[in-house]
Design a protein around this ligand. Sequence first.
Ligand code: ADP
Length: 320
Amino acid sequence: MKTIGVLTSGGDAPGMNAAIRAVVRTACENGMKVYGINRGYAGLIEEDIRELNIRSVSDIIHRGGTMLYSARCLEFKEEAGMKKAIETCHKFGIEGIVVIGGDGSFRGARDLSLRGVPCIAIPGTIDNDIVSTDYTIGYDTCLNTIMQMVDRVRDTVESHSRCIVVEVMGNRCGDLTLNAGIAVGATAIVIPEISCDIEKHVIERIKRTQKTDKKHFIVMVAEGIGGVEALARKIEQECGVESRAIVLGHVQRGGSPTVKDRVVASQMGYYAVQKLISGESNRVIVLKNDSITDYDIYEALCMKKSVDDQLYKVAHEISI
Ligand code: ADP
């Protein structure tokens, strides 16, 4: 393989730049030409492409976002869009692509692989919602951002004896909310994977805690659940504590990647290029039990994720 492409697609995540850097440097060190494809599959269709060398990826390892930009491209899901993308690959001599993104982007990578453009996928999303891997690039940075943001609000919540209800991004996956909830000492955690009776798990819990003389409360709610304003009003009325709702939103997605994100992204970028060199296609690089390995993309997309019940139990037990 002489020429490869690299793109980032779907929601951006801190650490994507470290992955791009590793892909470019590994490919260059192995004598390959590398094209950076801007704006995910949209750039592939529109030939928004530039050649990258080892110096093009200097000074990006510490930056959030993605130097290749990201996009969602509906045209790529249509046969005509896919055809144009493949034509671009032929025109530029691109013989393989490293796709950094989430499940949606993996489906695109699978489709390209099936049509003769070998793709290797790397999980990049803050949500940690990719079933096949224990870890997605951006997750650790995001967790730390949530923790820092809530710690700040906590200072004022504590001073005023209030309750804050925090909506945490995370698609339909409660990993961010559960882990950040433990880290900030939340009184209640509401995630989509575990059915929650608001009366029992939030209201009664706060009332019980009030009896132990606790005066300020943090309630963490996963994005998919919604209704944080209404929940804050309910807590205020039923528990008699002044309550506010905050939505962290896109602030969660930014910032300089943590050590873990930089290291995992670098490893995954390196292994993705090794896979292309060894002639493999349609694979996703994953972190399993602290080791980097890989699966067939189709098989990976069919796997089922389960929530860490034990961790939820820990949160429940110690948050009182
Ligand atoms: P993520 O990769 O973060 O899950 P999306 O689901 O938005 O984000 O997918 C990113 C892009 O991947 C889409 O805009 C589209 O171009 C491509 N994609 C998503 N789903 C498919 C699919 N079923 N088939 C082909 N391409 C897809």
